[in-house]
Design a protein around this ligand. Sequence first.
Ligand SMILES: [Zn+2]
Length: 265
Amino acid sequence: MALSRMELDGKGAGSPEGLVTLILKAAPGLTVPIPIEGLARQLDIEDIQEFEADGFEGGLITDMARSRGLILTRNSHPFRRRFTIGHELGHFLIPTHMPDAAGRFLCSREDMRLLSALENDRRGRMEVEANRFSSLILMPPPLLRPYLKQRRDPDLGHMAQLAAKFEVSRQAMANAYAQYQGEILAFVFTKGYCFPTSTLNFRSSRSEGVKLCPRARCSSATAHETALLRTSVRAFPKFGLMSRAESLHHSSMSKSLASAMILQS
Ligand SMILES: [Zn+2]
């Protein structure tokens, strides 16, 4: 793999999608899991070091001209660390990204989860773009799609297998899986609660809400802490399902619903 930042000057270099397209073109031999550290080093990241601070997940130290960079990551799970490196590389490569302080980006765990931001929230939009870059470079659509085509129906186990194959977290893969699979899907992750089954179908507008039981009191040997929600446009428009998940969060589930992602409209 021989790559240099000179090759990323082409059309589209200002967006995560354009940059990833240019990287894939310049390094056509890339295979999964994407060697994100090697890629970052070829693109002028001099070193990747561990750094610990409250609320800190990742950071980038660079100069005004962005001639070189140093990526900082928390000592976290290797898959999460890979996403952080991708995120900081995104800040480094996207020319419009401006650091908080002189030459320094500091990003929190919440920043790494941002999937959308308001038009006037400049910092939020940079974080969203860095996340999009990281997702796209770790799970390039041309390399992910062939795996998705192997199964006709979406499947939670398949999603988990792909997360392991691409060396990304299940949340990151769930995001991409729902986006490219072609059906309206939601993956719901819970903490301390479990679902009666791993796949919940909402095909009719009369479907009841999801009933969860506290993990500690669950008698089922096959309790699931992650569920795949399948729906249809008619039964649950995008926001209908989201509000249902949020209402669960606020009423019966309190803080147990870690995240509910509605990713395909
Ligand atoms: Zn960031």
